[in-house]
Ligand binder design. Structure first.
Ligand SMILES: [Zn+2]
Length: 98
């Protein structure tokens, strides 16, 4: 497998400091935290990360606004989901029901 970046966050279920791998950013083994700029592109999404919390196995969703990691948000607010190879699936939201 290639290199990957990490996102450090606090699990919204059990409050453990944990992390998830991501391939959405530059893939230079960077560790991103809440408040960091994730990308120079204007990414706006609520992303379900592919790794579960290592303590409680909950899925977590992070809000990315203008390329900056804002906070974890409830899963029901997710707009995208990261898959194994860094591709992202768009979840159903109001924009799809044209
Ligand atoms: Zn947890």
């Amino acid at each position: 497998m290639g290199m990957y970046d990490m996102i450090e966050y606090t699990c919204s279920n059990c409050a453990k400091e944990t992390y998830a791998q991501t391939k959405l950013a530059s893939c230079f083994l960077t560790v991103y935290k809440i408040g960091d700029f994730f990308s120079e592109e204007n990414i706006n999404m609520n992303l379900i990360m592919k790794d579960e919390c290592d303590k409680c196995q909950s899925k977590n969703c992070i809000m990315i606004k203008d390329g900056k990691i804002i906070q974890t948000v409830p899963l029901e607010k997710a707009t995208h989901q990261e898959e194994s190879f860094g591709n992202v699936t768009k979840l159903n939201d109001e924009k799809d029901s044209r």
